[in-house]
Design a protein around this ligand. Structure first.
Ligand code: NAI
Length: 303
């Protein structure tokens, strides 16, 4: 009986209305997967122009899904796209939108003071039950939450790019995140079709804490002249079974991103040699050779 009670009370309290703040690369993917799984989603952006772009990119992404999943049934595919889109609305007024929100998920620029400003502006006006979460890759969740009173209803929800494709969700608990908040977020992660893992609020959480030092160590090998980029990549693919080598991966992630994560960690934890800055990486960033997205990084992608 008690089990039934707790299940039904959890179901009643389940996250249904989601506000995604920031409709860029990550926010649009998060909005898409939430709407696809039946949640009502509102995307909040700085202006209408960006919102139009976000809406269009979600529509195109859904059409790609429909083409694959409803190959033989184009009408059902069309219905899937329009039904999913009907669950997504857009706004430029966050204060308004949070009134009806079970979860506010922030995916704006990676800048602590801008994130502080955002959460501070809604902490006093959002309903008491509303959970706040950040999709930050490299900032501390506790530090972001420090400006809010609802520290028990604050956690990290870290998605991976491209969100509709990547199955993992890292649910990050601070020492103050309550069990109820944590359980609701784990249930929501499952409801949107992700496999959720839990971790503490430590730099890089699980995936990036392992991947960034791996890429950095591979780049240090290059800098010492121990092996060529190609040989390092072949080695890790054939010798460790990785689908991509660490240098290829760094080019794919983008050197601006990796460099700023690494430098941020180095500043905070100067004693950790794994986080030491990389001269060749800094040089690529200065030359705007950011990897695949600019056509050149450690490899050249120009035809
Ligand atoms: P992005 O630059 O594509 O999108 C950010 C969006 O936020 C922009 O459209 C911008 O107009 C909007 N924005 C900025 N300030 C705003 C505000 N005050 N209110 C509403 N909208 C605002 O960035 P991206 O890549 O989507 O990253 C967003 C967050 O997700 C960052 O915290 C990043 O660390 C994190 N993240 C990024 C991943 C990636 O692979 N790019 C992976 C996992 C997390």
């Amino acid at each position: 009986i008690s089990r039934n009670f707790s299940t039904s009370s959890l179901a009643r309290a389940a996250i249904k209305n989601v506000t995604v703040v920031g409709g860029g690369l990550m926010g649009s993917g998060i909005a898409q997967v939430s709407a696809q799984s039946g949640h009502n989603v509102t995307i909040v952006e700085l202006n209408q122009e960006v919102l139009d772009k976000t809406h269009k990119s979600i529509q195109q992404s859904l059409q790609r899904v429909a083409k694959k999943v409803y190959k033989e049934k184009p009408q059902e595919g069309e219905n899937f796209v329009s039904e999913t889109l009907s669950r997504i609305s857009t706004s430029t007024n966050l204060a308004d939108v949070v009134q009806n929100s079970d979860l506010v998920l922030e995916a704006i620029v990676e800048n602590l003071s801008i994130k502080h400003k955002l959460f501070k502006s809604i902490d006093d006006i959002a309903p008491e039950k509303t959970i706040f979460a950040s999709n930050t890759s490299s900032l501390s969740i506790s530090e972001i939450a420090s400006v809010c009173k609802r520290k028990d209803k604050f956690a990290g929800l870290h998605f991976f790019n491209p969100v509709p494709v990547m199955k993992l969700l890292e649910v990050v608990r601070t020492p103050e995140t309550s069990d109820e908040t944590y359980e609701k977020l784990m249930a929501w992660g499952k409801a949107i079709g992700k496999t959720a893992i839990t971790c503490k609020d430590t730099p890089g959480f699980v995936v990036n804490r392992l991947l960034v030092p791996l890429m950095a160590e591979a780049i240090r090998m290059l800098e010492r002249g121990d092996a060529s980029p190609k040989d390092i990549d072949i080695a890790m693919k054939l010798g460790a079974g990785h689908p991509m080598g660490p240098i290829e991966l760094a080019d794919y992630v983008g050197h601006d991103t990796t460099n700023s994560i690494l430098n941020g960690w180095h500043e905070k934890f100067p004693e950790n040699p794994l986080f030491n800055p990389l001269p060749s990486l800094q040089k690529l960033v200065d030359e705007k050779k950011l990897g695949v997205k600019t056509g050149e990084g450690y490899y050249c992608y120009k035809k």
